[in-house]
Design a binder for this molecule. Sequence first.
Ligand code: WTA
Length: 646
Amino acid sequence: MSEQDLFPVPREWAEKARVDAAKYEQLYGRALADPGSFWLEQAKRLDWIKRPEIAGDWSFREQDFRIQWFADGKLNVSVNCVDRHLKDKADSVAILWEPDSPDEAPRSYTYRQLHEEVCRFANVLKGAGAKKGDRVTIYLPMIPEAAFALLACARIGAIHSVVFGGFSPEALAGRITDCDSTLVVTADEGRRGGKKVPLKANVDEALRHCTSVRKVVVVKATDGTVAMNAQRDIWYHDAAADVTADCPPEPMGAEDPLFILYTSGSTGKPKGVLHSTGGYLLWASLTHELYFDYRPGQIYWCAADIGWVTGHSYIVYGPLANGATTLMYEGLPNWPTPSRIWQVADRHNVEILYTAPTALRALMKEGDDYVKSTSRKSLKLLGTVGEPINPEAWRWYHEIVGEGRCPIVDTWWQTETGAAMIAPMPGAIDLKPGSATKPMFGIEPQLVDGDGRILDGATEGNLVIARSWPGQMRTVWGDHQRFFQTYFTTYPGKYFTGDGCRRDEDGYYWITGRVDDVINVSGHRMGTAEVESALVLHPQVAEAAVVGMPHDIKGQGIYAYVTLNANCAASEELRAELKQWVRTEIGPIATPDAIQFAPGLPKTRSGKIMRRILRKIAEGEVSSLGDTSTLADPSVVDDLVANRVG
Ligand code: WTA
């Protein structure tokens, strides 16, 4: 089987499809030809307090730069995700929770119970002083309270900023300070793969550097002992007992912010990506329904963490807006056994499973027996997200996990895009292993060369999106200029994704990976500049340059070149210390896989580091370094090649 193999839409999928091949073409065409009426019609899938009469109002040009969708509409996201299902789905399960340990009992919440939990949580936030427009930082493990907290913020119009539980106190403090959060919601401890994460202690540490936070709401998750500051800290269960479960939803403008989520870019400081209320929810809900072909009653599982955008859009907002049963899993796919992910699917009769290529590669390595010893009979559709899926992992997912009967829905998107943008609609698009296939309605991808010239036909180039879509981010929190600068100046008039991409003769899109200084480690974005900034904070480090390197499981690993200060000696101890240093500064996901001590870095005469050379060396392609004659000191390259790590 070659990469070019085609897996046609199975007949039964085409027959029952909401959108079949012909309808896909028709709707895709309509959305581009008549976006106003198309999107106002789509907007009817949401419950509006005031229905919008205008759809998109946007320009990507500098002189009149703006992005607005449904700006005259009013709605509340928690009403759309909870209250509106009480009519006919009050007793269906909204959230199904699988704990870290398989020996513990799962929990479930019906839409009626979810309503009560969200209202109570919202009243606790209000009691702690949160108001419409305030920023609430959420630093929680994968427990149901995380979903309640997001929806509670949405209910009162507070803007949530979720920080992944694996981030360090330093990283947490930076994200709290950047958006001036007044409130933090955390738990005593988190659990993952049998290990405890000291979340509350991390918050205490972070808050030594933050002045904006007035209250910390603490959910009891493990019953671990934590220090409570009587002036500042509130136990959630105590506060919840003192409030009612009645909390009227705040009417929000469609363009009011729903959340901020920090993500890494090519510069040092993570950006606070801001999403809107109306356009975002519409995008999350529409793509969830169409890409996963979600049908009432199905158990749907997105195995991401709520700390990433995938968790926001496809654990919470998309599925709940559609009245789905969404499974939340606290733990790791391969703990306590590499069968766990399939055991969880069996235990809950999961029909739709959405996970990342990195998890699949790790599970694949353990051998097929861990899969084959489970049933997986309930599975109907399998999705992937986060990085390009190599055809080998695709085929394993399709043949071994899905026994050939489940479409693989490879969804390409970004924190910035809100939800999926390029992916195969399962009843409409034939599959090719490794291709994200075709764009969603309203998405106009283009491939451009370095000068911005549009490339036609089968070709490869930089991926841009030529027009706005409802789920597009609206700004970088606190820095609108940076938003414009980052995404709309490289190719004026277009949104630049930062990804490279190939389009084949059938018009299929194949994402080839980042073309900027961002590396994709296990499906998580890491800015090389961020890791470099952490390294140079170490007293013995003079300079650092970080690039990606190929990694079997993670997709990309982190390769750091470090120049030490004069009189500092390289040693294995220092190497280990620097790895630990980065873990402490940013978090375990940023840990360098390789550190090479380098007496000098390859620089041009104007002092610019030539990353191209560093990437090649990290990749082990030392025979194709290209022209090094423009370097200030070409001899540094010989040393780098001679002392390559790994
Ligand atoms: C990469 C995650 C290939 C891409 C939702 C993008 C992918 C970055 C895919 C965004 C995919 C995501 N195929 N590459 N299906 N999905 N990417 O913001 O490089 O964490 O720019 O959003 O992940 O990562 P982010």
